[in-house]
Write a protein that binds this ligand. Structure first.
Ligand SMILES: Nc1ncnc2c1ncn2[C@@H]1O[C@H](COP(=O)(O)OP(=O)(O)O)[C@@H](O)[C@H]1O
Ligand SMILES: [Mg+2]
Length: 369
């Protein structure tokens, strides 16, 4: 089965040449990653080491919501762990607010808030107590901190449950508490690793509303990983797509989708039928044709208008058309186009569900540091 790759003229890989912190859209650079590489040693002899991050470079500007997007095992958690000082890279450099994460982890940690998918809250404490505990870890207490805690609980719509034990919280409440806890020391930079994994669509939408409101009220920069393409599309100012440890695309969601250059018309024909490609290649509006067994993918400017022409021409040539679909550009299409494989191939099923009241527990991520 042939995989056809198209020219990737639109792919923007930041930092091609030069090692300085390059402004992103005129913004000040707050995260600067250069040639980052992470190789996990082989667990035993005869097994190959895992190259989890393979020469990654990008920059994030102040106030951006930056999405780090990729399928399971792509290297997202490893990258975010390096950025947040939980791991030291094998080589390359990551700077956060100008500080080298490997050289000065403590200075970096003070600058950032961290929300990992796994719940860190103490079940036997109330939401408010968890927040006070976290503030204490940063040496913060007193009336001003108490006021900030109340304010954050309010903003996350947790005010009414603030004095209840966390063990009574729903999954959505727990995710919001994680976010509030991550923000308690007033960081200007927030790192989120798959924060909405396991939430239902409504919970996910709500969660991102809070992130937006935090950005708007506090001007924070957000670096988030997710494997929900639709979510990243709606929320992020820019997206880096990572696959097998390499960044394969970087740009605004619109740039990435526009880069596809139009609709995708998929035509499946009867097995064994004559080749459709020569017939459709020269049609007006058709930009390229790729074939995968009995299915043809046409990139074209106006998919719907092309359908009757394609069907007529096929029938006239004795090729029986079994089905036609038009796909408007989505990040799924972008991913397929770039990698030659569908986003949820390679053993990834639908996102696992976290049972209500058990957010975080039982979800994958045991390999995280
Ligand atoms: N602690 C570890 N030891 C060995 N291999 C690991 C470890 N953590 C992750 N990996 C491997 O590194 C690759 C990237 O993993 P990860 O960064 O967790 O990806 P993602 O977060 O995108 O799912 C995967 O192949 C994973 O199995
Ligand atoms: Mg991960």
């Amino acid at each position: 089965m042939a995989t056809v790759r198209f020219p990737l003229r639109w792919v923007r890989l930041n930092g091609s040449g030069g090692t300085g912190a390059m402004p992103v859209g005129g913004r000040e650079v707050v995260i600067d990653v250069q040639d980052l590489r992470m190789v996990y040693p082989a667990p035993k002899a005869g097994v190959a080491p895992t190259v989890a991050v393979d020469g990654v470079r990008f920059q994030v500007g102040r106030g951006e919501i930056f999405g780090f997007l990729g399928p399971n095992g792509a290297g997202k958690t490893t990258t975010i762990s390096i950025l947040t000082t939980l791991l030291s890279p094998t080589s390359g450099q990551a700077r956060v607010e100008g500080i080298d994460t490997a050289a000065h982890p403590h200075d970096v940690r003070r600058k950032l808030g961290l929300v990992f998918q796994k719940s860190t809250a103490d079940e036997e404490l109330t939401g408010r107590e968890n927040m006070a505990l976290q503030a204490g870890l940063y040496g913060q207490s007193g009336p001003a901190v108490d006021a900030r805690i109340s304010d954050l609980l309010q903003q996350m719509e947790l005010a009414s449950v603030a004095d209840r034990f966390v063990k009574t919280y729903s999954g959505g409440m727990r995710r919001r508490l994680e976010l509030a806890v991550g923000m308690v020391h007033d960081p200007k930079l927030l790192f989120l690793d798959e924060p909405t994994l396991g939430l239902d669509p409504q919970g996910r939408a709500g969660f991102w509303r809070y992130i937006r409101s935090l950005r708007e009220s506090k001007g924070i920069t957000v670096f988030m990983t997710t494997h929900y393409l639709d979510e990243a599309d709606q929320l992020c100012d820019r997206i880096a797509v990572i696959d097998h440890g390499k960044i394969i695309a970087l740009g605004t969601p619109k740039e990435l989708k526009d880069g596809l250059g139009g609709d995708i018309l998929e035509i499946s024909v009867q097995p064994g039928a004559a080749d459709l490609a020569p017939l459709v290649q020269s049609m007006a509006g058709v930009k390229s044709v790729a074939r995968r067994e009995d299915t043809y993918r046409l990139k074209c400017s106006d998919g719907e208008r092309l359908i009757p022409k394609v069907v007529l021409a096929s029938e006239q040539a004795g090729i029986s058309v079994r089905g036609v679909t038009v796909a408007k550009p989505t990040l799924d299409e972008v991913f397929l186009e770039l990698t030659g494989h569908a986003y949820r191939e390679e053993g990834e099923g639908p996102a696992p569900r976290i049972p209500p009241g058990d957010a975080g527990a039982g979800a994958p991520g045991g390999d995280r540091p």
